[in-house]
Design a protein around this ligand. Sequence first.
Ligand SMILES: [Zn+2]
Length: 389
Amino acid sequence: MSKRARKIRSFAGALLLGVSGFALLHNYAESRADEFNNTQVIVNDKKMSLENFYCNLDYNNGGWQYIGDDGKAISVDSLCDGGYRERLKIDNQKCSALKVKVDTIFLSYSNDKKGKREVIYTIDGKSTSRIPKLGYNLRNEVGIRHFVSDNSDLAEKFEFCNEEYFCTFSHELRHFHNRDICGWNSYEIKYMECCLDEISAELAQALEKVKRYNTHDGDEKYLGGRYSFLDEGIKDGTIRSSGRFDKGEEKYIADKMFNWWLEKMYAIYDSINNERTIHFLESAPYKEVRPNWKKHEKLVSEWFKIDGYDFWPYIKKREKEIFDKISAERRTEYKRLTNEKFNNLTYFEKLEELKNIKREHYQQKIMKDYATAQLIRFMRLNKKSGGKN
Ligand SMILES: [Zn+2]
């Protein structure tokens, strides 16, 4: 054992001795003995008890090392660092080509039931009375729905849902561009990112709507009230319907869209976004579900660069409103899921976490466990030899 290690060993011993008398120390050793004897640690394929592990630790050159039977030193720090790197790779399969699928949905009325008529939607020969999604996006496929009917009333009623007026494709295409959303972050941040992904898609859709309104000589059908702030802004002159928007108009659109989404869509998307959050983080290790704001900003700032505009500066100022809306119950659940990941860590990984969170804390833990292992061994040897106290 090095001089330094001996020093630390006696210091660690004194740390324990200083706070308790011998009887207390004995109780302490007994209370920890099971854990130290029964917890297994694996170092280079060799299994050993925690007690053995700590009894073979040495402190050298500013770091803790495990000294194997062959006398070779293995840095505990480097052991802790392993394992993670490989798991950092996220499922980020690149899509070479985007497929676009258009489903035709046939609209009809159900048979009159005492004057009650339901709209029936038929896709690929299957009928339903629930309105299907107007669009969807899969990893490399964007789908849009086209509504037709031989009933002119129905056809007219659903006209606004078609791509021509609704601009579904721009919305879904934006989701496709935002597909790196599956990258890991904390549960709260990921939930917020799911909401921001929707706001980004709605912005792309809104810009497309203004363009079409403009190219159709201000035909109101092309604005059509989905984003009433656009209709109002154009009517009162706050935003232009043609040409490029200036910074003031950019801010108007970003802020109004943010308000609109929180008011009209937040509640509708809440549980879907929660499910997406949990799904995206399912295979993430503990380390990757710690909040990483830099990573968040790098990812999300790209989502708001749309059609040559940059809405991110305005959205960035307000994203915390979404973060703060996450309920106490939801936060508790996210905490539980995070703790579950911590509990699944191996012993080394837990040490690594302590090291990252607080270097000092890590040193203290190793030092204390080192001393405890020595103490347990000492007490046992003492017992076997019928030693005197
Ligand atoms: Zn969407």
